[in-house]
Design a protein around this ligand. Structure first.
Ligand code: FES
Ligand code: FES
Length: 158
C-alpha cells in the first residue's frame, strides 16, 4: 500500500510516497539521492547503512520507510553542510580508512558517541563502533582518530 511519509532529512523537509514494505536504506538512496548509506549485508550485521534517526544510530536496512514519518534523519551528508566536521578531519589526517566502505557508519557512530560522551575511553570507542565491520584497517587508526578528536574537543555534528 502506498503511503505519504513526512520526514526531515539532513535538515530539509521531504514528503515521500513509499510502499509499506520499503526500507529506509533504499528510499534514501533512490528517492532522496543520498548515497552515503551503503547497501551491504541488508540484514543488520555490517553497519554500512547506518544513519542517525532523531540523533541515534540505526541500521537503515532494518527500518521501514513508514517508520520515519514525523522524525528526523541525518546521513553522513548532513553532518556538516560547510564541509568536514572536526571529527571527520581527524579520520582523514590519521588515515583511518582505506576503501571507505565502512566510513559512513563509523563516522556516525563516533559522532553519536562524542555527543553523549566527550571523553570516551578506548574501550568505550571500541564498543560504540563495534557493530560496524571494517575489513581494511584493523580498527586501530579509527579508534585513534576518535580519541584524538575527543582530546582536541573536536566537534562531532555541529
Ligand atoms: S546493510 Fe544494513 S547492516 Fe549491513
Ligand atoms: S576502510 Fe575498507 S571496510 Fe573499512
Amino acid at each position: 500500500m502506498r503511503t505519504d511519509v513526512s520526514v526531515t532529512i539532513n535538515g530539509e523537509p521531504w514528503l515521500l510516497a513509499v510502499e509499506s514494505n520499503d526500507v529506509l536504506l533504499e528510499t534514501l538512496r533512490s528517492k532522496v539521492g543520498v548515497k552515503s548509506p551503503k547497501i551491504g549485508c541488508e540484514r543488520g550485521d555490517c553497519g554500512t547503512c547506518t544513519v542517525l534517526l532523531d540523533g541515534h544510530t540505526v541500521r537503515s536496512c532494518l527500518v521501514l520507510s513508514v517508520e520515519v514519518d514525523g522524525h528526523e534523519v541525518v546521513t553522513l551528508e548532513g553532518l556538516d553542510d560547510e564541509g568536514l566536521t572536526e571529527l571527520q578531519q581527524f579520520f582523514v589526517d590519521m588515515n583511518s580508512f582505506q576503501c571507505g566502505f565502512c566510513a559512513p557508519g563509523i563516522v556516525l557512530a563516533a559522532a553519536e558517541l562524542l555527543e553523549e560522551n566527550s571523553r570516551p575511553s578506548r574501550e568505550e570507542v571500541q564498543e560504540a563502533i563495534g557493530g560496524n565491520l571494517c575489513r581494511c584497517t584493523g580498527y586501530d587508526p579509527i579508534i585513534d582518530a576518535v580519541l584524538a578528536a575527543a582530546d582536541a574537543g573536536g566537534r562531532a555534528t555541529q
